[in-house]
Design a protein around this ligand. Structure first.
Ligand code: KG4
Ligand code: ZN
Length: 360
């Protein structure tokens, strides 16, 4: 049975996975660097590449062991070639090339965004769902907010993308300015449940030109202005103090240091992000006649987004990855490589890591 080893190191997770026939995940190992970058409130590129160098050998070894696979069982190695931090990409891609050279295996370079989309395809295959094509594909993560029209195979058309911050980046920045931990998405998502989104008015983006482009920096600035108008220094210092005492606070700990007004602004922020994303998905569905939508990337974990997308806000079915396949992982990279492996389309060992690699 053809096994593909996938390797992903585009940002701050070192990940390796073994996937059989593009659909059966035999192992998926993710070493997160969150504790390293957490205190800076975002990813520090130099630290990320150093951590990837440390983690790559044990992570690949663990993925192979968990899958009970030997090098001889592999049919190909797939690695993320971009987009991402170039120093980080280089670690995984070079390691993959090394395995390919020594074991005489074909290399498949994968676009990280295509990987995120294939996380959903992989899940759908496992659950027997048929994703109707053409499909919209919204990839919303810490680094990207891109909306594509996917007609199957490698036919992607870009419909819109963010002009400033990515959706996940907006979560991370708002969390940082309010004194919460990094990454901001998971904690703000949980706290949003306790707030009233109608209690604070935050603006939607006004777009000139392509109405399917996104913008989140105005929303982030609006939250900053709200904070500045309220003398919240002591409250924010309280949360930073909590983080110093307890690097991984539980929801109850956060709730103790977060008054209702702040929970309300978090809920309002989340509802605007969800609306900004789904408004464009709805409009794109009307304009293109897309029959379904794939929502992928770290922000696809968001409970409010899932609820709204599945609860009648959209007229087409929405597919999300299971949470462990939403954030960066290598199973999605190995799965994305499968169609290309079947067609025998391989990359040369001179393949370069590209920080801005485009999908369409
Ligand atoms: O896909 P991912 O793991 O890495 C990138 O390619 O960027 O996405 C990480 C991003 C972070 O910005 C994080 O705050 C966000 O996804 N995220 C969320 C949630 N879980 C993770 N954003 C909103 N709600 C969540 N539940
Ligand atoms: Zn990602």
């Amino acid at each position: 049975m053809p096994y593909i080893l996938g390797i992903e190191t585009s940002c701050d997770e070192t990940a390796a996975a073994v996937v059989a026939r593009g659909g059966e995940v035999l192992s998926s190992v993710v070493a997160s660097q969150v504790p390293v970058h957490g205190k800076y409130g975002g990813v520090v590129p130099e630290l990320a590449s150093r951590e990837h160098l440390r983690a790559i050998v044990p992570v690949v070894r663990e993925a192979m062991e968990e899958a009970h696979a030997s090098w001889a069982d592999l049919s190909a190695v797939a690695a993320t070639a971009g987009p991402g931090l170039v120093g980080s990409l280089l670690v995984g891609l070079t390691f993959a090339k090394g395995i390919c050279a020594v074991r005489r295996l074909p290399l498949v370079g994968i676009n990280h965004l295509e990987g995120h989309i294939h996380a959903v395809v992989l899940d759908a295959r496992t659950s027997g769902d048929e994703i109707a094509l053409p499909a919209l594909a919204l990839v919303a993560s810490g680094g990207h907010t891109h909306l594509f029209l996917w007609s199957g195979g490698e036919q992607y058309r870009i419909l819109g993308k963010t002009r400033d911050d990515a959706a996940g980046e907006a979560y991370d920045k708002v969390a940082k300015l309010l004194g919460f931990s990094y990454p901001g998405g998971p904690v703000l998502d949980k706290l949003a449940e306790y707030g009233d989104p109608g209690a604070v008015a935050l603006p939607m983006a006004k777009m000139k030109g392509n109405a399917l482009d996104f913008s989140f920096s105005g929303l982030k600035t609006a939250v900053l202005r709200w904070v500045q108008s309220r003398h919240m220094e002591a409250e924010i210092a309280g949360r930073r103090e909590l983080l110093r005492r307890k690097p991984n606070p539980a929801l109850e700990d956060w709730l103790k240091v977060t008054p209702q007004a702040t929970l309300d602004v978090i809920a309002a922020f989340q509802s605007v992000v969800v609306e900004e994303l789904l408004k464009r998905v709805g409009r794109a569905a009307e304009e293109t006649g897309a029959r379904s939508v794939i929502i992928a990337g770290g922000v696809a974990c968001n409970a409010g987004l899932r609820r709204a997308a599945r609860g009648g806000r959209l007229s087409i079915p929405a597919y999300f990855p299971t949470p462990h396949l939403s954030t960066d992982n290598a199973a999605m990279i190995a799965a994305a490589a499968w169609p290309r492996f079947e067609r025998g389309e391989f990359d040369d060992l001179s393949l370069k890591a590209q920080a801005n690699l485009a999908l369409a």
